[in-house]
Ligand binder design. Structure first.
Ligand code: UT7
Length: 325
C-alpha cells in the first residue's frame, strides 16, 4: 500500500500588494526587493478574513479535484502560525465551514508546517487510523507583519494550499522523510508576545511585540545550509539519485536560497526547481502546498514522477520529503 496525493487546491486573496505599493509605506524600493529576494508582489487579505477562510477555499478545490465529497475526509491537519485564534484549532473551524464534523488539529512548525503535517499524515495513514487526510497550509501573515519594519514587511504574503493524502494500492508513495529542528535558534525568527510567556498588555502593544521579528542574515545562512542538507539526506534515505528527481518544490522565502538548492543539485533552476515567490512572497506554511498545486496544474509533475518537498522556518524547523507522485 502506498500514500498518494489525490487532490490539491490553492486560494490566494484577490488584493495584490506590489513592491511599488510598499515604496509608499516604508523606505524601500522595487529594485532592492527584487534583487535581494525575487519577490515582485504578494497577496493580502482585507477586513476580517482569517486563516480558516483561505483554508476552506483551498480545501474545497482539493476535495473537488480528488473527486471526493467533504464527508469523505476523515481528519484535518492545518499547518499555520496565524490561526484564527489561539484555540479552538483552525482545523475545527475549517471542518465546520466544509459542513463536516471531524477530528483535526493545527500544527505549528512555521514555514516547515506543510512538510511536518505531510509526515504526520503519512504515519496516520500507514497505521490505518484514517483513509483520507486533508492537509492544509494556511497563513494570514499580513496580520502579524510590522508594516513599519522594512526588514520584514516586504517579505511576506497571505494564502492557503491544501492536499488530500490517501492510502491505496497505486504506485504512488512517500519514499522518505527527513525532519530537523533547533530550538536554540528560536529568537532568530519569532513573535515575542501573545503567548503564555508574554501575554498581550498595553506594554507589548506599545513595543510592537505582536509582530514577526527576524534576524534575516542568520536565518538566510541556516536556511541554505539546512535545506540543502535535508535534500541530500532525503535523497540518500529514499535511495534515489539526483537525476531521478523530476521537480524540487522548496519553501518560497528567497530566490537566492532557492538558487543555492539548484546549485547543490547541479541543475538550472528553471529546469528542476519550482518558483512562484515572485507572485506571492513568503506565505510560510502555505508556500509549498500552493506551489505543489500550481506545479500539478501546469503539468510540471505527472503520475510516477519523483518530487522533493523541502522547507525551512521558525523554530528553527526544517525538513524534506521525497515522494513518487
Ligand atoms: O521563511 C522562513 C525563512 N526565512 C528566510 O529564509 C529569510 C532569510 N533571509 C533573507 O531572505 C534575507 O536575509 C533578507 C531578504 C531578509 C535580507 O537580505 P540581506 O541580503 O541578508 O540583507 P541585510 O539584512 O544584510 O541588509 C542589507 C542592507 C542593510 O543596509 P546596510 O546596513 O547594509 O546599510 C539593510 O538595512 O539592506 C537594508 N535593507 C533594505 N533596504 C531596502 C533591509 N531591508 C530593506 C528593504 N529595502 N526592504
Amino acid at each position: 500500500m502506498g500514500i498518494r496525493i489525490i487532490g490539491t487546491g490553492k486560494y490566494v486573496p484577490p488584493k495584490v500588494l506590489t513592491n511599488h505599493d510598499l515604496e509608499k509605506m516604508v523606505e524601500t524600493n522595487d529594485e532592492w526587493i527584487r534583487s535581494r529576494t525575487g519577490i515582485i508582489e504578494r497577496r493580502i487579505v482585507e477586513g476580517d478574513i482569517a486563516a480558516s477562510d483561505l483554508a476552506t477555499e483551498a480545501s474545497k478545490i482539493a476535495i473537488e479535484k480528488a473527486g471526493l465529497k467533504p464527508e469523505d475526509i476523515d481528519a484535518i491537519i492545518c499547518a499555520t502560525i496565524t490561526p484564527d485564534m489561539v484555540f479552538p484549532a483552525t482545523a475545527y473551524l475549517i471542518a465546520d465551514k466544509l459542513g463536516i464534523k471531524r477530528p483535526g488539529f493545527d500544527l505549528n512548525a512555521a514555514c516547515s508546517g506543510f512538510v511536518y503535517s505531510s509526515a504526520l499524515a503519512y504515519s496516520m495513514l500507514k497505521t490505518g487510523i484514517f483513509k483520507n487526510i486533508l492537509v492544509i497550509g494556511s497563513e494570514v501573515l499580513s496580520k502579524i507583519v510590522d508594516w513599519q519594519d522594512r526588514n520584514t514587511c516586504v517579505l511576506f504574503g497571505d494564502g492557503a494550499g491544501a492536499a488530500i493524502y490517501t492510502i491505496d494500492n497505486s504506485e504512488s508513495d512517500i519514499l522518505a522523510i527527513e525532519l530537523g529542528g533547533d530550538g536554540g535558534c528560536a529568537d532568530l525568527l519569532y513573535m515575542p508576545a501573545g503567548g503564555s510567556k508574554m501575554p498581550a498588555s498595553e506594554e507589548t502593544v506599545k513595543n510592537r511585540l505582536h509582530f514577526i521579528k527576524m534576524n534575516g542574515r542568520e536565518t538566510f545562512k541556516m536556511a541554505v545550509r539546512m535545506m540543502t542538507e535535508s535534500v541530500e539526506k532525503v535523497i540518500q534515505k529514499a535511495n534515489i539519485k539526483k537525476e531521478d528527481i523530476k521537480l524540487v518544490i522548496p519553501h518560497q522565502a528567497n530566490i537566492r536560497i532557492i538558487d543555492a538548492i539548484a546549485e547543490y543539485l547541479g541543475v538550472r533552476r528553471e529546469e528542476k526547481v519550482f518558483v512562484n515567490l515572485d507572485k506571492y512572497g513568503n506565505t510560510s506554511a502555505a508556500s509549498i502546498p500552493i506551489a505543489l498545486d500550481e506545479a500539478i496544474s501546469q503539468g510540471k509533475i505527472n503520475r510516477g514522477d519523483i518530487v522533493i518537498l523541502v522547507a525551512f522556518g521558525g523554530g528553527f524547523s526544517w525538513g524534506a520529503i521525497a515522494l513518487r507522485y
